[in-house]
Design a protein around this ligand. Structure first.
Ligand SMILES: NC(=O)c1ccc[n+]([C@@H]2O[C@H](COP(=O)([O-])OP(=O)(O)OC[C@H]3O[C@@H](n4cnc5c(N)ncnc54)[C@H](OP(=O)(O)O)[C@@H]3O)[C@@H](O)[C@H]2O)c1
Length: 348
């Protein structure tokens, strides 16, 4: 079993937006006084197409960032250059925490991230995943594996970036049964709806989201409700004991929403929002993603552009809301840091 107290040695799987921002924060941690006790090093780093690095004494993160910036990949001149794919790294390197930051593949039902997580947990190594696939397609299996191997399996970044959604439920809401979760959890669709309220077309809204790097080149996962489905399934599986898959969600695409429908709703005192929900029905949990007319004085109506919101309805605590305004990639990277502190404090 790996250590769960600092110092912790990390294996990065993925070095895209999140991995690079996390590396930047770690490389510049002296600029963040409250990170003084964050005693971690990165001993392995794998990517899809940019090569891999490994060094048990700690990779030079500034050099790694510079090489990707200047050459688009790690260079063989780097003393830490390694011939290593992600699964082999997970199976063979000596690390304490695998940080899963590869892209989610719905077509591949969360793979290969699930394989990476399984390889680490079987060796008693902790896993922090930013990739939602392991929660949406294999949460029960991986949690059991983590328990059997006395390892942590953490995932704060997967929903609402670094906001402490899971930590709040885990630490501050103990003893409550969550009856319902709903929220606005997809930035691209909310951004496009807000753009249409300002008089833009659907296509202009999508282009704006792409220009601001909120939406991917192929935004269909967001606009067709897949991303929101994956997130509500992650919340339901972790916090409501559900065993849902994204395909089980009653999902509505937003492609049929027109600017005239948006402005007509606004004239009547409503904003249209893509609301995802999970609720108990007898012994099961059901989930949906729906275009919903929200009254202007409802907290969900205050969520603009890239913001998000989640509401828990509980038996003891009533309704609790958490909202996030204008998240950045730093917010996302912080979610991993929060999980590292959770490992260090033993709350996993
Ligand atoms: N961006 C956000 O704000 C945000 C928020 C919450 C959660 N997330 C989740 O965090 C994860 C990372 O997001 P991102 O924005 O950093 O994605 P990204 O920019 O697309 O980067 C993904 C990285 O994973 C690498 N990769 C692909 N397949 C791999 C494999 N088999 N093994 C190892 N690495 C592999 C890619 O390699 P190449 O560099 O060679 O392409 C790239 O370095 C995603 O699952 C995303 O859904 C992101």
């Amino acid at each position: 079993m790996a250590r769960s107290r600092f110092p912790l040695r990390l294996l990065f799987v993925g070095f895209g937006n999140v991995g690079r921002e996390l590396a930047r924060i770690l490389a510049e941690r002296n600029a963040y006084p409250a990170l003084a006790d964050l005693d971690v090093s990165v001993v392995g780093l794998t990517t899809g197409s940019r090569g891999a690095l490994a060094n048990g004494a700690g990779i030079d993160l500034r050099r790694a960032l510079r090489e990707v910036e200047e050459h688009g990949r790690f260079t063989p001149q780097n003393p830490d250059y390694a011939s290593l794919d992600s699964l082999k790294a997970a199976e063979t390197l000596d690390y304490d925490v695998l940080v899963e930051m590869s892209p989610l593949s719905i077509a591949n039902r969360g793979e290969p991230a699930i394989l990476h997580a399984r390889a680490a947990l079987e060796r008693g190594r902790h896993v922090i995943t930013c990739n939602k696939g392991p929660l949406a397609y294999a949460f029960r299996r991986l949690r059991k594996l983590a328990q059997e191997n006395n390892a942590g399996f953490l995932h704060e970044t997967t929903v609402m970036d670094g906001s402490p959604v899971f930590d709040m439920a885990r630490s501050c809401m103990r003893g409550n049964t969550i009856l319902k979760i709903d929220g606005i959890l997809n930035s691209t669709s909310n951004y496009v709806l807000c753009a249409m309220e300002r008089g833009q077309t659907f296509e202009q809204g999508v282009r704006g989201a792409q220009e601001e790097q909120i939406a991917e080149a192929d935004p269909s996962n967001d606009l067709d409700g897949w991303d929101a489905s994956v997130k509500i399934v992650a919340l339901a599986n972790v916090l409501m004991g559900a065993d849902l898959r994204p395909e089980d969600v009653d999902r509505e695409s937003m492609s049929a929403i027109t600017p005239s429908r948006v402005s007509e709703a606004k004239k009547r005192g409503f904003r249209i929002k893509m609301v995802c929900s999970a609720w108990r029905e007898g012994d099961t949990v059901k989930a949906s993603v729906r275009a919903t007319e929200v009254p202007l004085d409802h907290p969900f109506a205050l969520v603009d552009a890239t913001g998000s919101i989640v509401r828990f309805e509980t038996d003891l605590l009533g309704k609790i809301l958490m909202t996030e305004e204008n998240p950045t990639i730093t917010t996302t990277a912080y979610g991993v840091i929060a999980d590292l502190y959770a490992l260090d404090s033993g709350s996993r």
